[in-house]
Design a binder for this molecule. Structure first.
Ligand code: NI
Length: 226
């Protein structure tokens, strides 16, 4: 499932990220690329251990905790500390699949990448190109979102970023290890969750919402690893 999550960050939070990233020292994006993706990756990144990465990463992680849409769709077990990238002057990232396992540098922590996330920090009018193209069984999804919005997609997907031909595209990107590893099972749970919410709360013993909430939790119990 590919899902757009609007307003993960407020305008003020986006502005704070942009101010902090303004004077940052960006490095070659190939520092976090695997062998295959290093051949096609052409952008710049903030080093993982840069103080701004930590500070803004924590701000994003706190915002994600508040997003019921994110929590329901991703069912996160672990979130990789957010990274930041910048594309300009024709830079792009060719077709690739993200590495399956990510080690958090300098720690023993590993994250299995079930979901990939891109949080846009530049407004679409600030740059030309820079679309994220994600392939799935239904075709190719073209993603270019307002600043503060995020896209979540299965890390198994082939994807690329088109060249940025004007301005700069600044974004945060990271990965999620979900409690529910399988994308199909996770999508069923999310659809059920959304439908229950539309039914509204039921407290009577025979209410459909109550019964379906039971089904939701019993499926989650069956499929989740924590
Ligand atoms: Ni990627």
């Amino acid at each position: 499932m590919l899902l757009q999550i609007p307003d993960v960050l407020t305008e003020e939070q986006v502005a704070q990220c942009r101010r902090t990233l303004e004077g940052a020292d960006w490095v070659d994006g190939r520092v976090t690329a695997g062998y295959q993706s290093a051949q096609v990756k052409n952008n710049r990144q903030l080093p993982e251990d840069h103080p701004a990465s930590r500070q803004l990463g924590d701000l994003i992680l706190a915002a994600l905790q508040e997003s019921t849409l994110f929590m329901g769709a991703a069912l996160p077990l672990k979130v990789f500390p957010p990274l930041f990238n910048r594309y300009e002057g024709g830079e792009s990232f060719g077709s690739h699949v993200d590495n399956a396992i990510r080690q958090v540098t300098g720690t023993p922590h590993r994250v299995r990448t079930d979901l990939s996330a891109t949080l846009f920090l530049s407004a679409p009018a600030e740059y030309d190109g820079g679309e994220l193209l994600v392939e799935d069984t239904y075709g190719v999804h073209n993603v270019k979102l307002p600043a503060g919005h995020m896209v979540l997609y299965p890390s198994t997907s082939l994807h690329h970023v088109r060249p940025v031909t004007r301005g700069a595209r600044i974004a945060s990107f990271f990965w999620i290890q979900s409690m529910v590893r399988d994308d199909g099972e996770r999508t069923l749970l999310f659809d059920l969750d959304m439908a229950i919410q539309r039914l509204g709360g039921g407290t009577q013993e025979d209410s459909p919402a109550l019964q379906l909430t039971g089904v939701y939790h019993n499926l989650l119990r069956r499929w989740a690893d924590v």
